[in-house]
Write a protein that binds this ligand. Structure first.
Ligand code: CTP
Length: 404
């Protein structure tokens, strides 16, 4: 199921060079299953044509409150009543100022003012020069818009069309879609701090070699994203993986199990939920050679000795806050056979209230997975689905269990 299926979005464009990104945004919203009604101010039409936006949205663009084709001649009412959300992207400094004052002298500002406050959320994606963004007038306007119930999304940082560098770029279309998808998710973990470990660890043999495993980190990254969508503050401790950081998630990159342990224990201090998805290497070389180990010509491979790595999940689960149930710990079990029995035994061994079993070879690197949730009082299976979908269900299950 697409993340915006069934959602009707009014996409408002105001005057700014970031209008060029609105075309891609419109496409991406539709790809995620939304229907999109574009509304453009006169200034927006200086930057991109309604023809482009009509072709992409497959709907005539609404341009004027005086458009007599609306049978009741009330485009502002019709447009604002049928929307699941109004998204202004780009939202110029001028348009923000106009919203603050409740101006209603063009169709877009008029429909924003006419929207039912409790039913139709308004999301703004600001886009402007960095000096305009930090100007006290804009700061005041942003604060006022938030107080009036609008959601003001972040801005990006970097090179600006004017040649300057700083804050104020409009977020990229994919970032905006991710924020909008998150906006619609229920805020089941608002006020919580969720800590997630993800990916493999890498245990160095020498400066150029090491042992690791095939974990891609996808499940852990999906859990981090789902927790963030549910309103939590999220810390993601990631082993070496090549995945983009989910929006709004604080990511700390580590390599070895020892590093992962240190960072995780520190972050666990004020966490309320800990989800250990990492495929931590069970052993590490007893010694890491300072220089590359060379062949000595004897034909004999070097003998490596290994020592066991600390168990991060068990360590955190034994910490005082976990023992007093202030920290809800969730383990994962990557098994190759006998999932139920292994997962039940592992839950007890690790001392956690919830252990999620999955078959390692069927999940490593895949975009989907199947899970078995093992608790003290029973078992729940989640059939094969995309990892993000499963992660959202898992987060909902955690939220349910900690609220009991
Ligand atoms: N785990 C951990 N630290 C370790 C090993 C595992 O935090 N050193 C966590 C994993 O993140 C996962 C759970 O413990 O949440 C189970 O991991 P798994 O590799 O399936 O189990 P092991 O404890 O390694 O047991 P075994 O190798 O016997 O299956």
């Amino acid at each position: 199921m697409k993340d915006l299926a069934g959602k009707h979005i009014v996409l408002g464009l105001t005057g700014g060079i970031a209008c060029y990104k609105a075309a891609e945004l419109c496409r991406s919203l539709i790809k995620e299953g939304a229907t999109v009604q574009v509304v453009m101010t006169e200034a927006a039409q200086q930057f991109i044509t309604p023809v482009t936006m009509q072709a992409l949205s497959n709907r005539a663009v609404a341009l004027s409150q005086w458009d007599a084709r609306e049978t009741n001649n009330m485009a502002h009412i019709n447009l604002s009543r049928e929307a699941d959300a109004i998204v202004i992207a780009p939202c110029s400094a001028d348009f923000m100022a106009r919203l603050v004052h409740g101006r209603a002298d063009d169709l877009l500002s008029l429909l924003c003012l006419a929207r039912p406050l409790d039913k139709v959320p308004l999301l703004l994606a600001p886009a402007m020069n960095r000096e305009m963004w930090v100007h006290p007038a804009t700061r005041r306007n942003v604060a006022q818009l938030k107080a009036d119930g609008a959601t003001v999304l972040d801005v990006g940082t970097g090179d600006q069309a004017c040649g300057e560098t700083g804050d104020g770029r409009m977020l990229e279309p994919q970032e905006l879609v991710e924020d909008l998808v998150a906006f619609f998710q229920p805020k089941l973990l608002a006020g919580h701090h969720v800590l997630v470990t993800a990916g493999p660890t890498y245990e160095a043999i020498d400066p150029v070699r090491g042992i690791t495993n095939l974990s891609s980190g996808k499940m852990g990254f999906a859990v981090a994203r789902a927790a963030r969508e549910a309103g939590a503050r999220v810390t993601l401790v990631a082993g070496p993986v090549h995945l983009p950081t989910p929006r709004g998630v604080q990511r700390i990159d580590v390599k070895s199990a020892a590093e992962m342990l240190a960072v995780t224990v520190a972050a666990a201090v004020d966490a309320t939920v800990f989800v250990a998805t990492a495929a931590v290497a069970d052993w590490r070389p007893a010694q890491t050679a300072g220089q590359k180990i060379k062949k000595d010509g004897s034909g004999q491979p070097p003998t490596l000795e290994f020592v066991e790595n600390p168990d991060i999940l068990a360590t955190v689960a034994q910490s005082p806050c976990a023992r007093t149930a202030e920290l809800f710990c969730v383990g994962f079990a990557a098994e190759s056979e006998d999932l139920l029995a292994n997962a039940q035994a592992k839950r007890l061994r690790k001392g956690v209230p919830l252990l999620v079993g999955n078959i390692g070879p069927a999940t490593f690197g895949q975009d989907d997975n199947a899970l078995l949730l093992v608790r003290a009082d029973g078992v729940e299976s989640m059939s094969r689905a995309p990892k993000l979908e499963l992660a959202r269900k898992l987060i909902a299950a955690c939220a349910h269990q900690i609220s009991e």
